[in-house]
Design a protein around this ligand. Structure first.
Ligand SMILES: [Zn+2]
Length: 293
């Protein structure tokens, strides 16, 4: 679970992760803890969608216009986790256009929604299997096109919508629609611990925390600092990690043997293997990185 989250932080193109498991196995806690490890990124200052200054093809309309006049100011921002509550309204998800203001003052006023906040961030849906069908469709559309289109009464707003999708669910409460399942790059199963010593460790951690929260925070902060450095180093290394033809062939062979429909799996497996290689500090993907998946 932790590794799958880290791999997505290293390469968001992996396509997110679905975490399945029993209630009370710290699935949400692990996702929220990732927020403290996520790398910073460059964004256009003042842009509500935090456009990437070096990717003009993904600029929002406003950044596109501003870029014609002058060099866009850049600001460094931390990657964030944006929650999508399963009972959110469609307006909350996609944003809303203030029609009244448009009619009254002739101005286009757009209230950004969760998809705007999630652009270039991580979009987290707890109990994703219980998400309303209509919201699922909107989410899939935005994820597929990389843009969010809002249309109301003949007015429309379009803005970039690229996000890492992370979902958690308890399969006992219902399965996920196949179309949505297909959108997650990785899927991990979390099981309840069956080892007595490991279960004791959980209780001891809670006892330690209740006795001295500061001491536990101090130890965690040190460990988090190490992990953040590790992630940053892996993120920096990733563009230089090479994937030999022999490994690529092996990926295709594995997916073929697994009777996988389509080719998305080949791409995700190859990407994940590269991220694993970057995380262990290697320059070239080896068989061990594939086996690790
Ligand atoms: Zn922008």
């Amino acid at each position: 679970m932790k590794r799958s989250l880290m791999l997505n932080a290293i390469d968001p193109a992996i396509g997110g992760v679905l975490i399945r498991g029993d209630r009370g196995t710290a699935k949400s806690s692990a996702v929220r803890a990732l927020a403290r490890l996520l790398p910073d990124y460059d964004a256009v200052e003042g842009c509500p969608y935090r456009c990437d200054p070096v990717v003009p093809s993904r600029y929002c309309d406003e950044c596109g216009l501003r870029a014609k006049e002058r060099t866009l100011p850049v600001v460094r921002l931390p990657m964030r986790i944006i929650d999508l509550p399963i009972n959110a309204s469609e307006d909350r998800l996609v944003g809303s256009i203030d029609i009244e203001a448009a009619v009254r003052a002739g101005t286009r006023r757009f209230q950004p929604g969760v998809l705007a906040e999630a652009n270039r961030n991580l979009l987290y849906v707890d109990e994703v299997n219980l998400l309303d069908d209509h919201l699922v469709d909107v989410l899939l559309d935005a994820a597929a096109m990389g843009v969010n289109v809002v249309e109301r009464e003949g007015m429309s707003v379009v803005h970039p919508s690229h996000f890492i999708l992370v979902g958690t669910m308890n399969p006992e409460e219902g399965e996920l629609r196949p179309q949505l399942l297909d959108r997650f790059g990785l899927c991990v199963e979390v099981v309840t611990l069956t080892d007595i010593d490991e279960r004791l460790r959980v209780m001891e951690l809670e006892r330690d925390f209740l006795q001295s929260p500061q001491a536990v925070h101090k130890v965690s902060a040190e460990r988090e600092g190490e992990l953040r450095d590790l992630l940053q180093a892996a993120t920096d290394r990733l563009p230089r990690v090479s994937l030999p033809d022999a490994i690529r062939t092996l990926v295709a062979r594995l997916c073929l043997d697994g009777s996988v429909a389509g080719h998305r799996a080949d791409l995700v497996v190859a990407r994940t293997a590269r991220a694993i290689c970057a995380l262990r500090g290697g320059p070239v993907v080896e068989q061990v990185d594939l086996v690790d998946i």
